[in-house]
Ligand binder design. Structure first.
Ligand code: ADP
Ligand code: ASP
Ligand code: MG
Length: 412
């Protein structure tokens, strides 16, 4: 029988009533003749609560125990979803990651899925089970320890199962009815897209649009998974949502397809470092070894052989970055007068494959921000995106102004 993957996010399984509604949708697909793999998140708020418990118990926690605790929210919803389906006379059972097993790397709290053997679940499908409910976000390392895939990781579980089982489609049910031109929670004029190219979705996700985890889009692109984002709240079960697909399947699109933002950015500046060959390697080598995800980098104009070096990284990695740089200074590998951290910044980005062939997008973005009195601190560009770092207090204003300037409320 054809296989369908249906993933329900935290708000879609937030209460027993919501789980029942989600289960009804699953029942509709089973009645159509599909064998269904349901991937569930923890009830909304649960994972944050568990992360909080870990931090309170042990500030410099053992990441293996973090995963043991934080993965547990999904176990509850997987069992409840299976029970709900059984109550509806749909043959179903739950699976925790290790039971499948979802084999991952040992990078605790940010593990990658390496393999999903299909035998265990297929045996049950062959015996008449119609729904395998799998706890999202979790797996098992080669050492036999429980791992998690990073926040939002259930999306990745879903796409990985769709690829492993050669599913007809991977439907991501969430609390919005698709992918929008920007977060509909901060811009009223945000417009739902019927289709978005993998590459654009990948950029939007990695630049902060949390509607899909970045890794899930990467996997969908690599294995050509038919990926759809839709609402679990709408009554109509065949609402189309947004299809994430290859560029060739998109007829028309604006030059800019979407605006993303990320609130949790920090800007770090090393004041007065020696401007000599190898200095960038001496700074960014230790940062990378310390696991700091450096994003934007700017080297300022140098005077008398000294320069300022600015980079951005996630706010929660500032301490780690400071420690790594202090250690490099201590060793004599680098020398700087001061290290200034600005944790009141946000990143706003415009994304669109149309930028490849159209010039003037950056100029328009900068002019729009300057008309609103928003000062740009750092700029980074790639072929299909332009990102700026600005004061966090202007973030929503900047998103809305750029959405207007690029007329994203209108179709191409
Ligand atoms: P789930 O719990 O279902 O995984 P998430 O909260 O992780 O849901 O993701 C859905 C949220 O993503 C939406 O509620 C919305 O606020 C946010 N979001 C950010 N950018 C976008 C976008 N471009 N389109 C749609 N939603 C977006
Ligand atoms: N429950 C996990 C989280 O909140 C995984 C997910 O929902 O995708 O990050
Ligand atoms: Mg999510």
């Amino acid at each position: 029988m054809p296989v369908l993957v249906m993933k329900f996010g935290g708000t879609s399984v937030a209460t027993l009533d919501r789980i029942r509604r989600a289960a009804k949708r699953v029942g509709v697909e089973v009645a159509k003749g599909y064998d269904v793999i349901v991937i569930v998140s923890a009830m909304s708020g649960e994972t944050n609560k568990l992360v909080g418990y870990v931090g309170e118990t042990s500030p410099l926690y053992d990441a293996r125990e973090y995963d043991a605790v934080v993965s547990s929210g999904e176990n509850v919803t997987a069992g409840l979803m299976a029970l709900t389906l059984q109550e509806m006379d749909v043959p179903a059972r739950s699976w925790q990651g290790w039971q499948v097993p979802v084999q991952t790397t040992s990078a605790h709290s940010a593990a990658r899925i390496e393999d999903i053997p299909t035998d265990n679940i297929n045996v049950k499908f062959a015996e008449g089970m119609r729904v395998a409910v799998v706890a999202g976000f979790q797996g098992v390392s080669p050492e036999g320890r429980i791992t998690t895939l990073g926040r939002g990781g259930s999306d990745t579980t879903a796409v990985a199962f769709a690829a492993a089982f050669d599913a007809e489609r991977c439907d991501i049910y969430t609390d919005v009815d698709g992918v929008y031109t920007t977060d509909p929670r901060i811009a009223d004029k945000a417009r739902k897209l019927d289709r978005i190219a993998f590459e654009e979705m990948l950029e939007l996700a990695s630049l902060g649009a949390k509607v899909l985890q970045t890794r899930s889009v990467e996997l969908a692109m690599r294995y050509n998974v038919k990926l759809r984002v839709l609402s679990s709240f709408e009554e109509q079960s065949d609402a189309a949502g947004t299809l994430v697909c290859s560029e060739e399947e998109i007829m028309e699109s604006n030059v800019v397809s979407g605006i993303a933002y990320s609130r949790d950015e920090a800007k770090m500046t090393l004041i007065s470092v020696a401007d000599r060959p190898g200095i960038a390697a001496a700074i960014f080598g230790p940062l990378s070894e310390a696991g700091v995800n450096v994003d934007m980098i700017v080297q300022n104009i140098s005077e008398e052989g000294r320069t300022d070096m600015t980079f951005s990284c996630p706010t929660d990695q500032v301490l780690r970055a400071e420690k790594a740089l202090a250690a490099a200074k201590e060793r004599g590998d680098i020398n700087y007068h001061d290290l200034v951290a600005d944790t009141n910044v946000a990143k706003v980005s415009a994304v669109g494959i149309g930028m490849r062939s159209q010039s003037g997008v950056a100029a328009k973005m900068f002019k729009t921000l300057s008309d609103d009195g928003v000062n740009i601190k750092v700029i980074a560009t790639s072929e299909i995106k332009i990102s700026v770092l600005i004061d966090r207090k202007y973030m929503e204003l900047a998103v809305q102004a750029l959405h207007d300037a690029f007329e994203l409320d209108k179709t191409a």
